[in-house]
Ligand binder design. Sequence first.
Ligand SMILES: [Zn+2]
Ligand SMILES: [Zn+2]
Length: 330
Amino acid sequence: MEWLKWEDQERVRARIKVIQEDGAAAEEMGIGTPKPAVPKVEHAKAGSGKCFTCKEKIPKGELRIGYKASNYHPQCFQTLNVYQGGADEIGGFEDLIDGEKQALEKLFGKAAEKRPAKEENGEGPPKKKEKTETVEDDPETLKKLKKQSDTLWAVREKFQENLDSHEMEELLLANGRYKTKGGPDKMLDQLIDCAVFGVPAKCTKCENGTLFFSTSAHAYQCMGNISEYTRCMHSTRKPDRVPFRIPSKMKKSNEFLASYQIPQLTERVYSAAMLKEVPLEKAKPGPSLTRTVGATSEKSFLSSKSGGRQKMLVKNGCTVDPAAEKAEKL
Ligand SMILES: [Zn+2]
Ligand SMILES: [Zn+2]
């Protein structure tokens, strides 16, 4: 969600609220258990329809979930977190081919596994579903969140206009950081975080790990290692920061870098709703598929000097995935 423009964040927030309140209202009317809205899955017919959450087109023939008059990518719908049922309870599930069914089961689980065992065996009444608690941000926090979002976007646009990917990478290296998996977008995310808030200081737990912001965990996660085989599990929402530096050599070759005053924010503000979704205990760096390679490369980055470092980047430049971003669009 952090990387959506502010008005889009508002739109998605409003949507989640409406969906949650619909459920709560029906429950309050006391008509037994309300029948929750059932999402439907089908293959996109035209390829021109857009996903409500990420606003990207849903390509023709791909799976599309329809829910309360909006369409979503299955992944985007899952991150909205408004549907509690299993994949096999989604309308149209039976018409899918096996591979598609499995993909949905991965996202939403199976109905039988979700239902408490008791209810399944018919012992005792079905447990009353806990009412969804809507957490809202106070106006002060919302104001800060808006300012933060607008600032990050403004800097992003400037950087995008005035820096090429080599310069972005050079800036990262100059600040003791490195490019991670995920392409130019991820590199830019990282760079802007450092430029606006300051560069996250090295990890305090393993003493040399690099902290990366994860948009799905809403936290900075350490990519370092405690020992050769043990990965550091440190995560924090308020890392210490060191000033972002731009090498004078780069200022000489790029006029923008010489003159642009990067707007500064003291620390990252988090939305209460997002934090409720991922408490810090759960924001630990998860097992990442690329982790094994990444583990060795973080070490190499730290010990190698610029020449060797350059080589490492070519070889291992895309090996670390700090975030395992599953909610990256929301
Ligand atoms: Zn989407
Ligand atoms: Zn660490």
